[in-house]
Ligand binder design. Structure first.
Ligand SMILES: [Mn+2]
Length: 336
């Protein structure tokens, strides 16, 4: 499939018709587009009389817990699905927030994504980096399938669209995205609630962590780079986990003159110390390519990565040194 080929709606419709049970999953560290697109598709499949399980091995971020259907999200599928539909990521073992065996054992797999770095690895692949959000692609698909847009489906899709367009402020806010938003509001979605939940609401603990991050902010490269590193100690003191860092990197990126911002967090899992990093940048700085240096990915303006098996401080140093060079260099234009 090339970039310009039409969406494989017919093949996806056939996959849905031919199977009875579906695993739906998106990327690790899920956001509103990941969760929203999965839940909307699940509602649609259930309305078509199918079994659908939304899986997120990283759970649901607190900013998305207002969405209908989140209580049904599973950490792992309870049964083997006939068909797996993977959304908003490249479909690989490392990126999908689901045990991988059920995906490998499924009779049929569908990949729907708007990340530039994704490759057609499944039986049916709809990859379109010009789409503002995977939720917008699901909106197109459900229109093709003539699904009734219930208030639940509308709320989930608008949440995804709002997440990935920065509540309709980023340059990827296409006319199509606004048309979809208008129709989703008409179908019962609550944009004011979505915007507040996704972008403004914070817990007391997370507000304290934000203050810590701002306090620890470093400015480099004549103001072109802002960054902060939050340690285990910072998390312990403010009594909040990684979910408390939502949108903090965007605040670092908002500093006048900053072309790139990086937020690094010291976390621990069963493998030991893990550095979680988020980057935001002018699209021309290709945050996705920067994060790929450390095994991550994402979009030109927003991307992330994780570093394992290295002490936090030395990882932070390595990332900052690379970023200082990066903001001085030219990078390839995102392909159309
Ligand atoms: Mn997305």
């Amino acid at each position: 499939m090339t970039r310009d080929s039409p969406p494989p709606f017919e093949a996806i419709a056939e996959a849905i018709a031919a199977h009875q049970s579906f695993l739906i999953a998106a990327h690790v560290g899920p956001d509103g587009d990941a969760i929203g697109s999965c839940l909307a598709l699940s509602y649609a499949l259930q309305a078509m009389g199918k079994k659908a399980w939304v899986v997120s091995s990283d759970g649901v971020p607190s900013s998305c817990r207002f969405l209908p259907g989140v209580q049904e999200v599973l950490y792992a599928p309870s049964n083997l699905p006939e068909c797996a539909i993977i959304l908003d990521c490249d479909g690989t073992r490392d990126r999908v927030a689901s045990p991988y065996a059920p995906i490998q054992k499924a009779k049929f797999r569908v990949l729907i994504d708007h990340h530039r770095t994704s490759k057609p690895i499944f039986e049916v692949n709809w990859l379109d980096p010009n789409q503002s959000a995977t939720s917008l692609m699901i909106w197109e698909l459900l229109k093709y399938l003539r699904v009734d847009f219930t208030p639940q489906i509308a709320q989930c899709l608008l949440c995804g669209l709002s997440t990935d367009t920065g509540n309709f402020r980023f340059p990827n806010t296409s006319a199509r995205a606004l048309l979809a938003a208008s129709q989703l509001v008409e179908a019962g979605a609550d944009l004011a609630l979505i915007a507040f939940k996704l972008f403004d609401e914070r817990s007391v603990e997370s507000t304290r962590l934000l203050a810590t991050a701002i306090d620890k902010m470093e400015v480099e490269s004549a103001g072109k780079l802002t960054w902060a590193a939050l340690t285990l100690d910072d998390f312990a003191r403010t009594r909040v986990g990684d979910e408390g860092t939502d949108n903090v990197v965007n605040i670092l990126r908002n500093v006048r003159g900053a072309r790139m911002a990086i937020l690094m967090r010291e976390r621990v899992d069963e493998t030991g110390t893990v550095v979680h990093a988020s980057a935001r940048a002018e699209a021309s700085l290709r945050a996705d390519l920067f994060c790929a240096l450390f095994g991550g990915g994402g979009h030109a303006a927003a991307a992330g990565f994780r570093i394992r098996n290295a002490p936090f401080e030395s990882s932070v140093k390595r990332v900052v040194e690379a970023a200082k060079i990066w903001v001085e260099q030219e990078h390839p234009e995102p392909e159309a």
